[in-house]
Ligand binder design. Structure first.
Ligand code: MF3
Ligand code: CO
Length: 253
């Protein structure tokens, strides 16, 4: 991650290429989501994602990124992000975060969802809803003239008002010809700080929210981040272009 926080601006034509990449991400995520059920393994989902990506002539963004071996990140229950597909079968009551990205025509798209497996507890359902709502609140702030941390503080305010906590160690990011571009997009902080948002900026906004404390640690596999207190965690992400017409959610169908 470059230290400079200057965003790399995209032209309207480049944004439309990113839109195409993000639509592939959204389609594949939708197909994977429809395959989530008790008894399915996360490796089953990985195979579906890989096949559907190939059909669309896109390249999985995560596979090979810093040595990450899969197309999907599949994070179950207290896993926060970067869970790896495995032979572990999903069971009713689990919550599953699915993070997916592609490269297409030289540009990246990135999105994540958290879905219930079968029937989940009211608390788990509420965590999913609040995390999704925090992403929507953040997206509303992605308009020219606002500052970067207006996005961050919108997430934190909503999440903490519901008694949940924001993960600090992982953040959103600029996105374009690289999966991770400046600026970093934290999900916490005071409003009115950081760079001023301009048309042509494209941000991957991705709140990671824990039911309990905010602390996370990475397992010995070197990837899987889990909550320290074992509480559930949810994650939603969209790739969003800042335009003079307002936020353009590239990864929304
Ligand atoms: N959405 C995550 C991110 O942008 C996914 C990265 S997973 C990795 O950081 F394997 F590519 F690292
Ligand atoms: Co991302």
């Amino acid at each position: 991650m470059p230290l400079k926080e200057e965003a790399i601006l995209k032209s309207p034509d480049e944004i439309e290429i990113m839109r195409a990449a993000c639509l592939i991400v959204a389609e594949v995520l939708g197909i994977v989501k429809d395959s989530v059920k008790p008894g399915a393994t996360t490796l089953d989902l990985e195979r579906i994602a890989e096949e559907e990506t190939m059909k669309r002539d896109a390249k999985p963004a995560f596979k090979g990124y810093r040595g990450y071996p899969f197309c999907l990140c599949t994070s179950i229950n207290s896993e926060v992000v970067h869970g790896m597909p495995s032979k572990r079968a999903l069971k009713s009551g689990d919550i599953l975060s699915i993070d997916f990205g592609v490269r297409y025509n030289g540009f990246y798209g990135d999105s994540a969802i958290t879905v219930p497996v079968g029937g989940v507890s009211d608390d788990a359902a509420r965590l999913i809803e609040v995390t999704k709502a925090s992403l929507e609140a953040a997206i509303e702030k992605a308009v020219p003239g606002n500052r970067l941390t207006d996005i961050s503080s919108a997430v934190q305010r909503l999440v903490e008002s519901h008694g949940f906590s924001v993960v600090r160690e992982f953040v959103g990011h600029g996105i374009g010809r690289e999966l991770h571009e400046p600026p970093q997009v934290p999900n916490f902080g005071l409003p009115g700080r950081g760079i001023r948002l301009k048309p042509g900026m494209v941000l991957a906004i991705e709140p990671m929210i824990n039911m309990g404390g905010s602390a996370v640690r990475v397992l010995d596999d070197g990837w899987t981040a889990v909550t320290v207190d074992g509480s559930l965690s949810a994650h939603f992400e969209h790739t969003v272009a800042v335009t003079s017409d307002g936020p353009y959610v590239l990864s929304r169908i």
